[in-house]
Design a protein around this ligand. Structure first.
Ligand SMILES: [Zn+2]
Length: 269
């Protein structure tokens, strides 16, 4: 996928999560690798609301750049610490999304942060989560980012204790659907816990089969994301405020003023 399409899709993912209420003020961050070796990647600029991020706003960074990048005023130091290390140390990860969605974060803050398999959404994560229990304040150093990558290990999702969650994937669509389902699974589990009644946990065999079934329908995840992009387009066609065009990425690109020329859909560009 070329850089332009990655920009459009990543911007769409930000806007989808804003609509779903899964963003955290102007914090949280996603990245998508652009180069074949995974070291050049796109990331959202510091403290721009997810609902306003456009394709042309995304920063093109190099994981080999040093810690001095953390001092750039358009880069969130925490985002650089985490995503810079992911793309430097784990080239197989093409997309990484970090959020603090309410329900997933609530489960991550329990003494037992496992997502018990009690139905289809929760079972997607059976034996498929890594857990970080070393929260020590906001991660803003390369060492902290490196530690998180090591903790993730061979898993693709990280429950970050006392903090939030991280989802990694090979495409933006898969990562989007995975994050969506992770939050929904934790919402279901939270409500089940809140009843105070004992959980009826699925057998390991059924949970494992369900998790594998999920892994066999990657096209479902892609379809979900593509449909959500169409929903965004439709909604923004009704209320097109704040849209702009998609300048070609690169050093020579110029950014039109927000709310300027609206000829060039999609809205999240
Ligand atoms: Zn965070």
């Amino acid at each position: 996928m070329d850089e332009r399409q990655l920009r459009v899709d990543l911007a769409a993912a930000f806007r989808c999560f804003a609509k779903l209420g899964m963003h955290e003020a102007v914090a949280n961050h996603f990245s998508a690798a652009v180069s074949p070796d995974g070291r050049k990647f796109l990331m959202n600029p510091k403290w721009v609301h997810f609902s306003r991020i456009r394709a042309s706003d995304l920063l093109l960074l190099d994981a080999d750049d040093g810690e001095e990048l953390a001092g750039r005023k358009d880069i969130d130091a925490t985002a650089w610490a985490i995503h810079g290390q992911i793309h430097r140390r784990a080239p197989h990860i093409r997309v990484a999304m970090h959020l603090h969605p309410v329900h997933a974060t609530a489960i991550a803050c329990l003494k037992d942060p496992e997502i018990k398999p009690i139905e289809q959404n929760t079972a997607r994560y059976f034996n498929r989560l890594a857990f970080d229990n070393e929260f020590g304040g906001m991660a803003d150093t390369a060492a902290e980012g490196a530690r998180l990558v090591a903790t993730l290990g061979d898993k693709s999702r990280l429950m970050m204790g006392n903090h939030g969650v991280m989802v990694t994937s090979s495409s933006i669509g898969e990562a989007f659907d995975d994050m969506y389902t992770l939050e929904r699974a934790c919402q279901i589990l939270s409500i089940a816990y809140a009843t105070g009644q004992p959980l009826k946990v699925l057998s390991p065999e059924v949970a494992e089969k369900t998790a594998r079934d999920w892994e066999g329908i990657v096209d479902f995840s892609i379809a979900h994301f593509e449909e959500m992009k169409r929903v965004l387009d439709k909604e923004d066609a009704i209320d097109p405020g704040g849209r702009g065009t998609v300048p070609a990425p690169g050093p020579s690109s110029t950014r039109p003023p927000r709310g300027g020329d609206q000829r060039d859909p999609p809205a999240f560009a």
